[in-house]
Structures are given as structure tokens and as C-alpha cells.
Ligand binder design. Sequence first.
Ligand SMILES: C[S@@+](CC[C@H](N)C(=O)[O-])C[C@H]1O[C@@H](n2cnc3c(N)ncnc32)[C@H](O)[C@@H]1O
Length: 450
Amino acid sequence: MAQFYSSRKPTRKATARTKAPALKQQLVVGLDHQGRGVVRGERGVRFVRGALPNEVIDLQPQGKYDAQLLRIHRSADERVDAPCKYYDECGGCDLQHLAVSAQREHKQRVVRELLHKFAGVDAQHWLEPLTDHSLAYRRRLRLATHWDTKRRRFQLGLRAQASKTIVAMDNCVIAVPELNEFLEPLRTLLPQLKLVSMLGHIELLQTEQRLIVLRLQATPEEADRQALVTFANQHDVQVWLHCGAPDTMPTPLPCEKTTSEHSTPRYQTLGAELDFQPGDFLQAQATLSEKMVGQALAWLDPQAGEAILELYAGSGNFTIPLALAGAQITAIEGVPSMVQRLQRNAERYAVKVSAFHADLEQNWKAYPWAAKSYSKVLLDPARAGAPHAIREIAKLQPQRIIYVSCAPDTLARDAKVLVESGYHLRQAQIIDMFPQTHHIECLTWFEREA
Ligand SMILES: C[S@@+](CC[C@H](N)C(=O)[O-])C[C@H]1O[C@@H](n2cnc3c(N)ncnc32)[C@H](O)[C@@H]1O
């Protein structure tokens, strides 16, 4: 019987090891909403981190759609040297190679394109982007840690791109200087403590106070607590420990900064200073957040006694300024402890706010506040947007809706519902809240057709 040669089917492992051939001299035709260069070749589209439109590059395909940038033959005019020395390793800021003015233009273009594609709408008027510092701006920094027991080596830094590797750094160019000051002292202190082996991430916060939050798998011993108290007093900082399940709240270590009269953590918003707790949502950039609140207020134009519904209210960043302007705010937030802080903030300023806890992505039938009538609605959801809430809002038929978004794709999806419910997009504005990164913050004003 004749025997025929048949090649063995490659195993999964073998397939993974076989590299697709590099693609040479490819033209980058666009920049997607995740800040990746877009190359359209004969074999389909590829997304290339670090590449810019009009560049000619060599790339190495990775997986089905991604590719690694190998070489740039022709650079874009907008290409600049990244300001951060860790740029090639760190996964944090992925647009540093693009000039800041071009980053802003790109972000506005992305929002316009997504709104057009998914909602068939454009703003009647785009305001100039709201901007502030493009470096040294972040007031919140989350650091990864690793303790190698065998080698007794401690690592503290940010995660590398799409990896668990930690990039140790002595300075993060987008963090405010007050946070960078802690990197070296923490790197010295923590390996001396027993708790180093049960340390998860560390969060640094710069608001009216400076705070360090240590995520721990168990409660630390007394000697470690004492060492942390000494550190807190020496460095003029509050140290908080987060030892329980992820949904529990961190607690402060009793030290000079947490037992004094002004110990309650507070942040500034337009015309007010608000209580918050580590673990609560906090806008990334202090001054720009206030400018954004000011713009939302200008668009909402609150009248004395007017009933306004605010959704995804957090601890009151928009709520209190709106109420100080005389409006009667019904504010909804999904984290019960933040609702309490919001209500307390309202009481301190003696303003008219009714704060309720609700999961806005559940049916609204059971919520008494949803049965009332509101002339204006403000919403500021997380990146997932408001897929259910937006339909409920449309049913309420307010005259004006101000949608604050940190994800243009979900904004575009939700905008479609508003357009189909008789709203037009009157104004829009990019808020440059996350310079050097692909992340986009955007303010939009929808008005019901007359
Ligand atoms: C982007 S933050 C905005 C907070 C606030 N507006 C501010 O400026 O600080 C989104 C808020 O929505 C809340 N949230 C997220 N999903 C929610 C849901 N399904 N129902 C109610 N609130 C939710 C979060 O807890 C968070 O406080």
C-alpha cells in the first residue's frame, strides 16, 4: 500500500513559537482611541503601540491584530522625545511620543469620530479643550510592590506594559512632586518591616493632606505599626492601612496627622472643601477637575430652587457647587459610604441635597426619586458608561442632560439612545485630564428638541 507523507499539524506550543514575518515599510494611516497607530495591510488591520499617523514603519505582528513597532523609517512631524526616562518599559503613559497639542487634537477627533459612527451625531459647537499642566499633574498614584523572600529584594514602581513586571522608578513625570518625594523613603522603610511579605499595592494621594494607603493581606504587628507611625510623623503624612476584604474601607494609623483637628481627608472642589476617604473615587487632576465642574455648572445654569438630578455623584464633586448655586439636588451614588460622606458634605455647607444609594444599572422602578420630575440631569459614570441608566434618563425627558465621560466609546453608545429619544448635542469639550496617556475625558451637553 502506498504511503503518503503528511506533515504533522503544528501543536499549540509550536504555533505560538512561530513568529509571523515582520512587515516592512508600512504606512501608518491613523491613531485609534487607545492611542495605537493603525496600519492597513493586505492581510488586514494592525494596531501598533508607539506609531503615529503618516509614519513609515517596520512592524512585528503579534497575535491577530496587534503588532510591535520595530523601526521608524519616516517620523511624523508631531513626534517628540518622551519626557519620561522609563517610557520604553512602563505601561503608564502611552502617548508621550506625541506633542501635547497633537494629543488634544487627537482626543477631540476620536470623540467626534465615535459619536458620528455610533450615534450619527456631532456637536453643534466644540469648545477649545480645557487644559492645565501636562506633566506633574496626578494627585493619585498606585504603586505595585514585590518582595523576593529568597533574595531579600524589594521592588516598588509601576507595572510594565501588559505585564506583571515592576518598573522601579525614582520619579513619575506625571505625578505631582509631593508624591514623588515618597518613593525613596518608602523603598528604604518597607523592606525593614515584617509586613513587607504581605504587602499588595500602595496608593499615594495628595489632597489637602498627604496620604499613603498600604494594601495588606493581614494586620501588621505592633512593631511595624510603630515604625509606620514614626515614618508618618517624620514625613508629615497620614498612613492608612487596608487589611480586610477589597470592599472594606482603609483605616488611619493614629499619628500626629490623623489625630489633629484637621485630620479628615479633604479635597477642593469649586467653592468647597469636601470630606473623602482613601478608596473613594477622586478626579485625577485637582485644578482641572475644578475647571471641569465650573464648565458643567455654566452649561447646567442652575436656578434657585430648581430640581436637578445628579447620577454617579461620588462624594459630591459636582453636587456641592451645584447646590451652592441654589439648585435642589437629588444625588445618586452606588457606594453606600460615599453617599454618607456626600450627605455630610452637604450638611456642612447647609445646602439642599438629597443623597441616595442606588445601583443605577438596575431597574429604577423601586426608587422613589426616579418618579419625580427634573428639568436637568448631570451624569458622570465610570468607564462602563450608563447602558441602563441612559434609557431611564431618556424616559424622564429632562430638558437638558450634561454627560461627563471618561470613555468615548461608551459615551458614543449612550449618545445614540439620547439622539433616538429626541436630543441633540449642543456643545462638547475635551477635558485634558490625562495628558501623555490615551485616556480621554469629555463633557457633553444634550438638549431636548423643542
Ligand atoms: C467617574 S466617578 C464620578 C464621581 C464624581 N462625579 C466625581 O466627580 O468625583 C463615577 C462614580 O459612579 C459610581 N458608580 C459606578 N457604577 C455605579 C452604579 N452602577 N450605580 C451607581 N453608582 C455607580 C462610582 O462609585 C463613582 O463614585
